[in-house]
Design a protein around this ligand. Structure first.
Ligand SMILES: CC(=O)SCCNC(=O)CCNC(=O)[C@H](O)C(C)(C)COP(=O)(O)OP(=O)(O)OC[C@H]1O[C@@H](n2cnc3c(N)ncnc32)[C@H](O)[C@@H]1OP(=O)(O)O
Ligand SMILES: CC(C)C(=O)C(=O)O
Length: 501
């Protein structure tokens, strides 16, 4: 089994992501979490970039106890001095020196010839080495560089003292096959390559950062550079959680693993989202809200029988306490029964069928059904067990300066009865129409409405007190539509009066 070192650059490349800037205390909190996560190296920042960046690299170097702490530096003495000043207090300091090697970067950005670039690498890597044993050299835009020249650049860096050579796909241009082939090529053509770690740093512009990273591992890379939640410049960096879990889950294929404590993955992801205010997409691999959630009935049935039917990882392995069964319009009876039982409701098959019908009707209106929705459904089902009148539909016309009218349709036995009434408001009109249907002069003595579940599509519960002769009953109704829940409550009350009679 090959041990792959994890170089986390959430606090440097990750922070270069627009909207992901962190202040000093946030960076320290995140660094402590990365330490607990068990990454091998934390790139804490780019010390020359600003006094705050310098201070955060310096403080992180002091507080982190297990991992190496690196600072980025251009090939300039000033950058390297700042990087060393910032990391020198670390238990295991590293200076990360970089210079671009692609023709386009050298010509337009650096305005340097190939010879000048090689000379700068030799000089600056040696200068960094005069401070620190552990030196990483990155050839920026390596994947778009001439491979022969790239090999020379890395050979020069190793000769000057580099202990890690990093191969960035800076603009996320490469394919997995190309990246794998590049690593194989460098293993053959870089002098001294056997004495150093080969690292890979991929960006996600074409959505291939993780695939590219894994292809490099297959080809012999021994360090992977990545960020929590995949944050980073433009479309982001390779995501730490995806690489780590791919290696763990497919050890049979990659024959490699990391030293990351995967149970800290979810906590790290959450902390970063809380700090930056940038949340991950629900469908994001490993840490997205839906990564271990099942809504469709066929999948839920499978998972209840054996989680491995639809889960290739255990949620607990990434620190998510359990997988979730989301009840919604695609769910089936197996999951509904399981949920009801977990809430303490033992239901017969017949009763489950009844609840299931109402559940599906509600799920068509509401995106997800929560425990309190379900509770409301079950309890309401009990209340209407002895039904005389069954609500079918309503049409209400209401507005300012127009007559409020309601047309209510109910079922009694096999007969459908419909009545129209005018009232002072939509509910008064509806209740009058119901009174016409049942042929009784029932009086409404009180009415209240409350939300029993949360969110935009919350269920409203209407409660009515109805008086008829010497009888007073309470009726309740539930719906995401408050007029419907009021009508249901009124009909529920009427049914109770009929029951008492
Ligand atoms: C691929 C990557 O992620 S690389 C890291 C990118 N991250 C960042 O840039 C974030 C932090 N950066 C900064 O705060 C600023 O860019 C600083 C402080 C580093 C430099 O700021 P400035 O001095 O104003 O330069 P500016 O950013 O405008 O331009 C970059 C300069 O660095 C030079 N440069 C770029 N890379 C390197 C390198 N590896 N080695 C030496 N010089 C380099 C450029 O040629 C340019 O030089 P010039 O000023 O002589 O034209
Ligand atoms: C500095 C290097 C490693 C980098 O961030 C890149 O090339 O993307």
């Amino acid at each position: 089994m090959n041990k792959i070192k994890v170089f986390d650059t959430t606090l440097r490349d990750g922070e270069q992501s627009p909207g992901c800037s962190m202040n000093l205390s946030e960076k320290i909190e995140m660094a402590r979490q990365l330490d607990a996560l068990g990454v091998d190296i934390i790139e804490a920042g780019f010390a020359i970039a600003s006094p705050m960046d310098f201070k955060s690299v310096q403080t992180i170097a002091e507080v982190v106890t297990n991992c190496k702490v690196a600072s980025l530096a251009r090939c300039t003495k000033g950058d390297i001095d700042a990087a060393w000043e910032a990391v020198k207090g670390a238990k295991y300091p590293r200076i990360h020196v970089f210079l671009a090697t692609s023709d386009i970067h050298m010509e337009y950005k650096l305005r340097m010839t190939r010879e000048q670039v090689l000379a700068s690498i030799a000089e600056n890597v040696a200068y960094a080495k005069s401070y620190c044993d552990d030196i990483e050299f990155s050839a920026e835009d390596a994947s778009r560089s001439d491979p022969a020249f790239l090999a020379k650049a890395y050979s020069t860096a190793i000769a000057a003292g580099a202990t890690v050579i990093n191969v960035p796909d800076t603009v996320g241009y490469s394919t997995p096959q190309e990246m794998g082939e590049l690593i194989s090529y460098l293993k053959k053509h870089v002098e001294g390559v056997d004495q150093v770690d080969i690292s890979v740093h991929c960006h996600d512009d074409l959505g291939m950062a993780v695939a590219n990273t894994l292809a490099c591992v297959q080809a012999g890379a021994t360090q992977v550079e990545c960020t929590v939640n995949g944050i980073g410049e433009r479309a982001g960096n390779a995501s730490l959680e995806e690489i780590v879990m791919a290696l763990k889950t497919r050890q049979d294929f990659y024959q490699a693993d990391t030293g990351v404590n995967t149970r800290q993955i979810y906590r790290s992801s959450k902390l970063l989202s809380n700090i930056t205010g940038v949340s991950v997409a629900p469908s994001k691999s490993i840490v997205g809200a839906n990564a271990f959630a099942h809504e469709s009935g066929i999948h839920q049935h499978g998972v209840l029988a054996n989680a491995q039917t639809y889960e290739i990882m255990k949620s607990t392995d990434v620190g998510i306490p359990q997988n979730t069964m989301v009840l919604g319009k695609h769910s089936g009876k197996h999951a509904l029964r399981e949920k009801l039982e977990s809430m303490g409701y033992e239901v017969s098959d017949e009763r489950l069928d009844e609840i299931f019908v109402r559940f599906k009707a509600l799920a068509d209106k509401k995106k997800t059904i929560t425990s309190s929705d379900l509770e409301a459904l079950v309890l309401n089902q009990r209340r209407v067990d002895n039904v005389t009148y069954d609500f079918v539909s309503h049409v209400v016309n209401t507005g300012l300066d127009v007559p409020n009218t309601a047309c209510i349709k109910v079922k009694k036995d096999d007969e459908t009865i419909e009545e129209v009434a005018i009232g002072t408001g939509p509910l008064d009109a509806s209740f009058k129409a119901i009174n016409h249907i049942v042929g009784m002069d029932v009086a409404l003595s009180s009415f209240s409405l409350s939300a029993v579940t949360d969110g935009e599509d919350a269920i409203g519960e209407a409660t009515v007190k109805l008086a008829y002769g010497d009888k007073t009953v309470t009726g309740r109704g539930l719906s995401t539509d408050i007029i419907e829940s009021s009508i249901r409550a009124y009909i529920n009350g009427i049914n109770k009066i009929m029951g008492v009679q």
